[in-house]
Structure formats: structure tokens, C-alpha cells
Design a protein around this ligand. Structure first.
Ligand SMILES: Nc1ncnc2c1ncn2[C@@H]1O[C@H](COP(=O)(O)OP(=O)(O)OP(=O)(O)O)[C@@H](O)[C@H]1O
Ligand SMILES: [Mg+2]
Length: 279
């Protein structure tokens, strides 16, 4: 089933700033996709449009096979959980647990307590439940906002820069959480190393859709990377350099695990060579 189908989507802000031009994007159920691109490429705008927060636009957006327009926006929004880039845009209740419960209560969803408990647990913020969210640090607010989105158990998760501003431990646990979550998600991010761990597919916005496919494949397209000002993950850079020295990887690693697997393969090959030389 197509959870999201975007066709020829163009959008210009009221002040005349063009933000999206002729975007096509389809996401099947269970797929995890990252939308990447330089500052101002339109990543946040795309997420807000898909979430039904900005109409009208040119082109078409379908969520769970329902067409999105001014008339249907309220209904379509029920399928979607959007994490805003800035958690201050999302957090407003007096306590963390009330904030996380806000979405489910507002939409009269069932099992509110259970949803809140699960969301607090999966974002590891159970101990913050009674705290005032506006007094928390940026990273903690981010986790509260993520918990609020998860509590809605949406069909489509839209996450705008989920790892930005998190400390290394929180970032790793969020990556782990998103990687293990069997949910359809679209993540806007600059964090390619996180994207490599979480998603199977990346969509690069730079003008229109400049690339749609695997991150490893994108990392080999130097001209596209340069035009979009993208830096490959460190591990990909390492293997690009090694390739220049005659070590050709099967695929260009984009995660540490893939890098380790390739390094072991290189080492085994070297061992084989030295054995051959001895015999
Ligand atoms: N409320 C607004 N009014 C007018 N222009 C806007 C508004 N919000 C965004 N824009 C413009 O739309 C374009 C796309 O912005 P958007 O925030 O979607 O980019 P982005 O890819 O999310 O960037 P970043 O990586 O900095 O988060 C930019 O030119 C931006 O200046
Ligand atoms: Mg943005």
C-alpha cells in the first residue's frame, strides 16, 4: 500500500519565496526514507505540506490513499505524526506527561495512559514525566516532542531533524529506536550518518528531486554531492580514499558495520596473498 504519494508538488510561500518545485515521491508501507538537501532546499516545507499544515499547493498529495486538500486536511492529519524541527513549536502543556498525552486526548484516541507510558519508555524519559517541559534542555524537549508524536501511533511518521541538538548518547538511542521501529517514516535530516543507520532510501532535494535511491549509491555520485554541498559520512570518505590506493570495496560502506565488514574482507585478502607468497 502506498502510504504517501506526492505528484508534481510545487509550493510558494505567501511572500513569494518559492520552496518546492515539481516534487514526486512515493513511500510504500513500512519504508523508511530520509529527505536530505542543503539549508533552504524545502525539506521542512515538504513535511509541513504532507502533514496538511499548508494549503493550497500545486500538484497532488495522497496519504493512506486519501487526497489532501483544504477540505480533507483535518482528516488526513489523523494519519500523520509530525515532529517539528524546533521542539518549542510543539511543546506547550504544563507537564511532560500531559504534553505527551495531548495528541491522543485531543483526537479522542483510546488507551491514552498506555500510549503515554509506552512513548515515555521508548524515548527513555519516564523520569521526566512530572517536569515542566518548557524548563527542560533542548535535547530533552526534543525527546518529549518525539514521545508526543509516537503516542499518536501514526501511520506515517514525519520527523524534521530528529537528531539535531542531541548529545551523543541520546542521539545513539534515538537512532536505535527509529531503526528498530517498524513504521513508515520520512525523516528530514542533515545527519547522513544517522540516515545511513535508519533508512533504506534517501531523496535529495536540490531544485527538484536530484536523487532518489540508496545512500551508498548517492555517495558514489561526486557531481551530485558537490552540487548539493553534501559531505559523505566519514566511513564512506575512508573507503573512497582506500579505493584510490587499490582497495575496491564491494559496495561503498555508509555505516560503521559495513565498514568493518569490508575491512575484514580486505584483511582476509591480504592474508591470502601473503600465504600464496610463502607457498
Ligand atoms: N514561513 C515562511 N515564509 C516565507 N518563506 C519561507 C517560510 N518558511 C520557509 N521559507 C523559505 O522556503 C525555502 C525552504 O525552506 P525550508 O525551511 O523548507 O528549508 P529546509 O530544507 O528545511 O532548510 P533547513 O535545512 O535550514 O532546515 C527557503 O527559501 C526558506 O527561506
Ligand atoms: Mg528544515
Amino acid at each position: 500500500m502506498k502510504v504517501l504519494e506526492v505528484k508534481a508538488l510545487s509550493f510558494t510561500y505567501e511572500d513569494g519565496t518559492p520552496a518546492l518545485k515539481e516534487i514526486d515521491l512515493t513511500i510504500e508501507e513500512g519504508e523508511k526514507v530520509a529527505v536530505i538537501g542543503p539549508n533552504g532546499a524545502g525539506k521542512s516545507t515538504l513535511l509541513h505540506l504532507v502533514a496538511g499544515f499548508r494549503t493550497p499547493f500545486h500538484g497532488s498529495v495522497r496519504v493512506m490513499e486519501e487526497g489532501l486538500d483544504e477540505r480533507t486536511a483535518d482528516q488526513v492529519r489523523r494519519h500523520i505524526g509530525l515532529l517539528f524541527q524546533d521542539p518549542d513549536d510543539q511543546i506547550f502543556m504544563p507537564t511532560v506527561e500531559e504534553d505527551v498525552a495531548f495528541g491522543p486526548v485531543n483526537l479522542s484516541l483510546d488507551r491514552v495512559e498506555d500510549r503515554v507510558a509506552r512513548a515515555l519508555r521508548s524515548t527513555s524519559i519516564e523520569d521526566l514525566a512530572k517536569r515542566k517541559p518548557h524548563r527542560l534542555s533542548h535535547g530533552m524537549k526534543k525527546r518529549v516532542a518525539i514521545a508526543g508524536v509516537l503516542a499518536m501511533e501514526p501511520s506515517l511518521l514525519l520527523l524534521d531533524e530528529p537528531t539535531a541538538g542531541l548529545d551523543p548518547h541520546s542521539r545513539s538511542s534515538l537512532i536505535e529506536l527509529l531503526r528498530n521501529m517498524s513504521k513508515t517514516m520520512l525523516i528530514a535530516t542533515h545527519d547522513l550518518e544517522a540516515a545511513a543507520e535508519i533508512v533504506d532510501r534517501v531523496v535529495l532535494l536540490n531544485g527538484g528531486v536530484a536523487f532518489d535511491g540508496g545512500l551508498a549509491e548517492l555517495m558514489t555520485q561526486d557531481a551530485v554531492l558537490e552540487k548539493a554541498g553534501l559531505e559523505p559520512p566519514q566511513i564512506s570518505k575512508l573507503f573512497k580514499r582506500l579505493r584510490g590506493m587499490g582497495y575496491e570495496a564491494n559496495i561503498l560502506p555508509v555505516t560503521l558495520d559495513q565498514g568493518v565488514a569490508e575491512a575484514v574482507r580486505f584483511a582476509d585478502r591480504e592474508k591470502g596473498r601473503s600465504r600464496d607468497r610463502k607457498t
